[in-house]
Ligand binder design. Structure first.
Ligand SMILES: Nc1ncnc2c1ncn2[C@@H]1O[C@H](COP(=O)(O)OP(=O)(O)OP(=O)(O)O)[C@@H](O)[C@H]1O
Ligand SMILES: [Mg+2]
Length: 238
């Protein structure tokens, strides 16, 4: 049984069909990439699955249980987590405290336990400057906080929405090795990314979205040769 499955998942915003009849199967412990041009519906798909917004039509099953009508916090407690494309850490807090928020609210832990969990997450993410305030941190640190906040909810599946954006190549490699480490710790990972080198390096399989529809899926080396994918997306980059 896939860890997550969508059936005919559709989201309309007025006349626009942002996600159009998407049928996805995500297997436990894989790293799945979701690629596609700007406006293809990638973030909307993640928001539907995480429960930030509700579908116009279709189903979402998590470990075989339909969740499309459940509120976001319930899905989070079941083990679904996502990062946001625009990171907005709480400015008055340290990195560690921002991660504690995930443990307190999403995992429902006590303050003492939340601090312990947040420290464990920081160790896993090799986040050294955890006790500094937000304004002292680098872009990579801020990305670690965003991932850390999601990890503190103890997810079984984690959706990473463009976590590499804004990183230099050295930082990108550090992030790639962190994501490999997360997968090895047993978390299923879905990564949305515009940098094809990252997709090639990390993913077991990719799904290509265009205008809300899945236009191709398979291993990256195959999908990247597909004429439909090249004309919809890769042609403009490579
Ligand atoms: N809340 C909303 N209300 C109306 N339209 C929306 C809303 N959210 C997204 N859209 C539209 O839905 C389409 C898909 O947007 P989405 O953000 O999912 O794309 P994306 O694939 O994540 O793009 P990018 O690569 O730029 O992040 C776009 O046309 C966008 O303008
Ligand atoms: Mg997006």
């Amino acid at each position: 049984m896939p860890i997550l499955e969508t059936k005919h998942l559709t989201k309309r915003f007025g006349g626009l069909v942002a996600v159009d009849d998407v049928n996805l199967k995500i297997e436990e412990r894989e790293i799945l990439g979701i690629i596609g041009p700007n406006g293809a519906g990638k973030t909307t798909l993640v928001s539907l699955i995480s429960g930030l917004i509700y579908p116009t039509q279709g189903e979402i099953a998590f470990n075989g249980k339909n969740v499309e009508k459940l509120p976001e916090f319930e899905r989070s407690r079941m083990g679904l987590a996502r990062t946001f494309q625009l990171v907005r850490p709480l400015q008055q807090f340290t990195g560690l405290e921002n991660i504690m928020v995930g443990a307190l609210f999403a995992a429902g832990e006590s303050l003492k336990k939340a601090r312990e969990s947040a420290n464990e997450v920081c160790d896993l993410l090799e986040f050294e400057r955890r006790n500094l305030h937000i304004d002292k941190l680098t872009v990579l640190d801020l990305k670690k906080i965003e991932i850390g906040r999601a990890l503190a909810s103890r997810p079984k599946i984690l959706f990473l929405d463009e976590v590499m954006a804004g990183l230099n190549s050295d930082e990108t490699w550090q992030m790639i090795s962190l994501i490999k480490k997360l997968r090895n710790s047993g978390i299923t990972i879905v990564i949305i990314e515009h940098i094809m080198g990252v997709i090639k390096e990390l993913t077991d399989r990719v799904v290509v979205l265009d205008s809300g529809k899945v236009i191709a899926e398979g291993v990256y080396t195959e999908v990247s040769k597909d004429p439909k994918v090249i004309s919809a997306y890769l042609g403009e980059e490579e």
